[in-house]
Design a protein around this ligand. Sequence first.
Ligand code: ATP
Ligand code: MG
Length: 454
Amino acid sequence: MKTNKKIIPQKKHQIARNAISHNALKVLSRLNEAGYDAYLVGGGVRDLLLGEKPKDFDVATSAKPEEVKRLFRNCRLIGRRFRLAHILYGRDVIEVATFRGPHEGKHSHHAGKNDEGRIVRDNVFGSIEEDAVRRDFTVNALYYDIRDESVIDFTGGMEDIKHKILRMIGDVDTRYREDPVRMLRAVRFAAKLNFQIEKQAHSLIFEMGDLLENIPLARLFDEAIKLFQGGYGLRCFQLIREYQLLELLFPMTEKLIAEQTHSSSAEKAPVLAIIEQALRNTDERIAIGKSVNPAFFLAVLLWQPMLEHKKYFISQLSTPTSTHEMEALFYASREVIARQQAYLSIPKRLSLIIKEIWHMQPQLQHPTRKRALRTLANKRFRAAYDFLLLRHSAGEPELAPLCEWWTEIQTKSFAEQQEMCEQLTVPGQKKRKKRKRNNKQQKSTAAETTSEVS
Ligand code: ATP
Ligand code: MG
């Protein structure tokens, strides 16, 4: 591909050296001092040019991975498909990639595409210019040189930043085919940067979205997390639906949204209301530097598909009892997560948390004298309680007294908490003594009915 190299001197752009992390500067100067070329590249340069705070700093260098490793004791080499060096400073990781070159030619055994044109190996090294044209978007292919503080632009990224355009480098069809995840990246950057996706890159997503089906499920999971937990989740979610990609990632959720949108008289499909509210909360938490647990959002995304499964299971029974209710909940949780795994793989540690959040909902909805304090002490209480609050704020106003009760009990001393539990009354149940005598019969009544929390 023909490039048009431009060097933008320090006084013509707004990157201030002191906006770059100390660790990234250390890596760059160590590589330079050892005689290698090394530049800041990717999202770090792009975000600094836009006056934003970068999420992380990536480095591109002429040094080979083994040469990088020799220079840094705190270096780990990772990745097979794309071999990279990670320089670790505590929790801060600087990603160092060697310049990549084209796949043709004598080193082509280090690279490979499969029958669909997808890149399955990418370890051919090249020049900085070759490296630039192998990146995804022009705004992601700008190189910042700490030696003279200039920006090097091979593909017109500076102009595109000015006009807020997300433009694929090279032939869009080929580039999407090489790596269909670039479609998800396009949507994510468009949402995050508020950029327009260039016309062809935009329209080909509708035609080529299906190629995402060939991507390893673990990679799709990582991309989905970046989409929804990257600080711009709500906008990403809306855009991903506009591009008809949610049906490839979370088909059960998309199907339910479509059904509810057509049949519901409510302003918003209930499934959309809770998802969008969760994303609004997540974006706000990230904006103020709070942590987010991906399991919580996945629990939200799959909550209503799970309830649908549960409803179906119950409908198959002639006389459902409270035990059946719980069984149906367990069954539906397992079933929905198993089905979801066919589209994107949720790590086990997260699917366990998702199930725990769901399984605790009945306990929160039906607090009993016997069980409420145990529920409060459960390690998943906080997430399950947040989930209850979310349900309340996103379309279940009848949960208000329960939300208040659980909110209040957390502010009390242990003795006061016991007192609050003592005062719990269950409809149809008069006094504690009586309950003891009739213990077996009472148990099922308590589970079936909502406790009276006042
Ligand atoms: P952010 O880190 O803010 O999400 P980023 O642009 O830095 O955005 P990374 O995933 O960190 O994204 O990747 C760093 C750089 O590597 C990108 O800017 C891009 O130049 C290149 N890159 C990453 N993924 C791809 C891909 N799938 N195809 C081509 N180039 C890619
Ligand atoms: Mg990055």
